[in-house]
Design a protein around this ligand. Structure first.
Ligand SMILES: [Zn+2]
Length: 306
């Protein structure tokens, strides 16, 4: 079996393009990176997961870092911003981080200045790293100078706690300077949210809490016809379902803060995403950045073959 890293299209920083209604979607990549396969599949035995995600000699699997640019008639929206260039050198080496999102923007001929909205599904460093850029002289500046950034207030509060379990996941330079300057809008309340809370961002784009990976993980709904219009619908479900190898309801990650809630939230997601034929955007799938999902003859969620 060819290791995914060796596939010829692996280095293309544009991972896919599609349209949803009259919105244009472009998937840009900050590059691939590597995480321990066991951590990515929690209690699932390696014998099962390695058929879908082959591991290297260090037991690491290849993952993508997908930023989705949505062009509406009025806005250029960036969903997630990869790992960025502020990771400490040792972690950069461990993850094999490539820092290629600026190159991806160039390749797609999208200028960072055009982005007027940035949405972070949560504030783990691999989702908001290019919110800001460290300059050669060590300053931290917004990567998207004309954008309004959105994140959940509870994620910021959780990151600031620097808890033993996940302090390493939060790098405050990814959000604190934007909050201090007033460029980042914080949504919701500090406390854990009830599933189903939604917040409109711009016409056709809203966010909804799908807790489990973190207490306030946001999915991003893309509905050109408006929320609940019944028209075309895409959804960036982020780390609730990080790749197309994680579709089974119980194949949740070791990283998830509350795996039992993840299982319940995946069921809630599929209750709409499957019958309504949503285009599901995967945050960490380097080779399948988006797909529709159906149930197979055994009732298991699988990618609809193209
Ligand atoms: Zn992630």
């Amino acid at each position: 079996m060819t290791h995914p890293a060796q596939r010829p299209d692996s280095t293309n920083p544009i991972r896919g393009r599609t349209t949803v209604g009259d919105f244009e979607l472009t998937v840009l990549s900050d590059g691939h990176y590597f995480l321990d396969g066991g951590a990515m599949f929690g209690v699932v035995p390696k014998l099962l997961w390695e058929k879908r995600a082959p591991a290297d000699e260090q037991n690491r699997i290849l993952l993508g870092l997908n930023t989705v640019i949505v062009r509406t008639s009025q806005h250029t929206v960036a969903i997630e911003t990869g790992i960025g260039n502020k990771l400490p050198a040792k972690l950069k080496e461990i993850y094999g981080a490539q820092q290629q999102l600026p190159r991806a923007f160039e390749a797609a001929q999208i200028r960072p200045e055009e982005v007027d909205i940035v949405i972070n599904s949560h504030l783990h460093f691999d989702h908001c790293g290019w919110n800001t850029t460290r300059t050669a002289d060590g300053r931290i500046v917004p990567t998207f100078p004309n954008a309004r950034y959105f994140a959940h207030r509870g994620e910021v509060a959780h990151g600031h706690l620097q808890l033993e379990r996940d302090a390493i996941s939060y790098i405050s330079d990814n959000y604190d300077p934007l909050i201090a300057s007033g460029q980042m809008t914080l949504l919701g309340s500090d406390s854990a949210t009830e599933p189903g809370e939604t917040y409109p961002i711009v016409p056709g784009i809203s966010v909804e809490c799908f807790p489990g990976h973190t207490a306030q993980l946001l999915a991003i709904h893309i509905e050109p016809g408006g929320t609940g219009s019944g028209g075309p619908h895409a959804c960036y479900i982020s780390d609730l379902i990080p790749t197309s190898a994680h579709l089974d309801i119980t194949w949740v990650m070791g990283y998830d803060l509350d795996p039992v809630t993840c299982i319940a939230e995946r069921k809630r997601f599929y209750q709409r995403a499957i019958p309504e034929k949503w285009l599901v955007l995967f945050t960490h799938d380097h080779h399948t950045p988006f797909a529709r999902i159906q149930l197979n003859e055994k009732g298991k969620p699988v990618v609809v073959s193209p």
